[in-house]
Design a binder for this molecule. Structure first.
Ligand code: SF4
Length: 503
């Protein structure tokens, strides 16, 4: 359970003549629901017209048989959104449709750009203007990209109809930050990944013909597609009537996949870097047991995100594994409510202790991460009330100290529990008997890939792409000598704890 991390988006695309494209996209989005719960949308082309249906809410709230019925065509894209830039409102829902002359295109974006202000400047806009003050019908960086594409659209129609590809070739090298895009016009499906490949984008082949793009391989499984390969960092792939027609590299790849995809974001049944996410999370738990052993009676996870690491810890330590908390299966992840007060209340709706399993026991409690710590603190209090005699908290990732600027919403640096607190201070704040975080080296070892192949910025402060000097959400000072950031925000911190001086 993680009360502080919210992903930006899930994206999905399909090119499949003679197949129910809208229904396939719906199923793909349903599989990617965990990546964004604020809005959902689908765009479909029948070769003549692009039709978009989108609204606020979960995939199942936005779509039903009636709303899917008019979405007929041979290619489509879909999007689930959690806002990182721009407010949570209908006009920021995606896919974004942008008309250009007699034609148009649709775009879905997973990620967050870091040079939005610079790009806005090239369009003659002042950064920070609201949508009402500009020509945009949206406040997101994704709308800015759509505007850039529209402005690079060839003046004269091309005989091959490939205006979108050519506009993208001009725009993509100018974008910085995290972006996995799915785009379409009336005849083509396009997938794009930024040069670092912060966010995954997998390419699959449908049985019976057709192609699929999806944020996670699990979404391929659910629509009956088999995995072909990842869209490579710095690559644009184009799919049309000729099949996978074009694999175009627009930048040198420097892979830095978000390490939190392995830790928390991705579904356990997804594969990343050729590895099962579930198996990697179990190995993280095994590493944690080797690094931070403790004498205890039961290992229990915080459901559901802590389950694989808890299993790994138990397997490696030999301490019996058991359930201490039951998760209400019918409550959404707590981060869907944007305000802290509501988020706090929802923890008790979501988890209920099993006193008969806990009473009189020394517990090892395993979770994948602690971000704000408010959720964890409440869970610890519930376990104490239920009769636990000792609580040894084990976290299968290092302390989360730095905000993400590439597409994941953690809020302000001042909301991150580990930003200024030492492990001992966090232990006291949470009210546990001992606390240990998995070392970064052991974590990356568990993934099966090298540390260099990941973005670890929120854990290490080493940002692969420089972040803005002035940000509307975070006021930052950059220490160029080690590329670390200092957030000068001074919002209220954690009650009962005296923060140590910032590093
Ligand atoms: S800063 Fe953290 S959450 Fe953001 S991309 Fe990097 S590893 Fe992922």
């Amino acid at each position: 359970m993680n009360g502080g991390l919210a992903h930006a988006c899930g994206v999905f695309g399909v090119y499949a003549p003679n197949q129910p494209v809208a229904q396939l996209t719906y199923l793909g989005l349903y599989a990617l629901q965990h990546r964004g719960q604020e809005s959902a949308g689908i765009a479909v082309s029948d070769g003549q017209n692009v039709t978009v249906v989108k609204d606020m809410g979960l995939v199942t709230q936005v779509f039903d048989e009636r709303s899917l019925a008019p979405l007929e065509g041979h290619l489509g894209i879909g999007h689930t959104r959690y806002s990182t830039t721009g407010s949570s409102s209908w006009r920021n829902a995606q896919p974004i449709y942008r008309s250009v002359g007699e034609t148009g295109f649709a775009l879905g974006h997973n990620g967050n750009l870091t040079n939005t202000a610079e790009l806005a400047g090239t369009l003659g806009m002042l950064p920070g203007l609201t949508a009402d003050e500009t020509s945009f019908d949206s406040t997101t960086d994704s709308a800015l990209v759509a505007e850039l594409i529209a402005r690079e659209w060839p003046d004269e129609p091309r005989s091959d109809g490939r205006e979108l590809e050519h506009a993208l070739e001009k725009v993509l090298p100018r974008l910085k930050g995290g972006f996995s895009f799915v785009l379409m016009d009336d005849a083509r499906l396009i997938g794009v990944r930024d040069p670092h490949g912060f966010w995954p984008l997998a390419l699959g082949r449908l049985e019976g013909g057709g192609w699929v793009l999806a944020s996670e391989t699990a979404a391929l499984d659910i629509v009956g597609a088999h995995y072909v390969r990842d869209v490579q960092p710095g690559e644009m792939v184009v799919i049309d009537a000729a099949g996978l027609r074009r694999e175009h590299r627009f930048a040198e790849p420097d892979p830095k996949l978000c390490l939190f995809e392995f830790i928390y974001f991705a579904r356990p049944d997804t594969n990343l870097y050729g590895q099962s996410v579930h198996a990697a999370r179990q190995r993280m738990g095994e590493e944690l047991a080797r690094q931070a052993p403790v004498d205890a009676d039961m290992v229990m996870p915080i459901p559901e995100s802590g389950i694989p690491a808890g299993q790994g810890y138990a397997r490696s330590s030999g301490i019996p594994y058991g359930d201490g908390l039951v998760k209400n299966r019918y409550v959404g992840r707590t981060f869907i409510q944007p305000n802290q007060k509501i988020r706090g209340q929802s923890v008790r709706m979501k988890l209920n202790p099993l006193p008969e399993n806990i009473r009189g026991k020394r517990l090892v409690v395993v979770d994948d991460s602690i971000v704000r710590g408010t959720t964890t603190r409440q869970v610890v209090a519930m376990l104490r009330e239920a009769g636990a005699t000792e609580i040894h908290f084990r976290v299968s990732s290092p302390p989360y100290k730095w905000p993400c600027y590439y597409g994941m919403d953690t809020g302000r640096k001042s909301e991150l529990l580990a930003a200024d607190l030492e492990v001992g201070e966090i232990r006291d704040y949470l009210g546990v008997d001992s606390l240990a975080y998995l070392e970064l080296e052991r974590l990356t070892k568990a993934t099966g890939s090298s540390e260099e192949s990941f973005c670890t910025a929120c854990l290490s402060g080493n940002y692969p792409v420089p972040v803005p000097l002035e940000d509307t959400k975070h006021v930052l000072e950059i220490d160029v000598s080690n590329a670390r950031l200092t957030d000068t925000d001074s919002a209220p911190r954690f009650p009962g704890v005296s923060p140590s001086a910032p590093a």
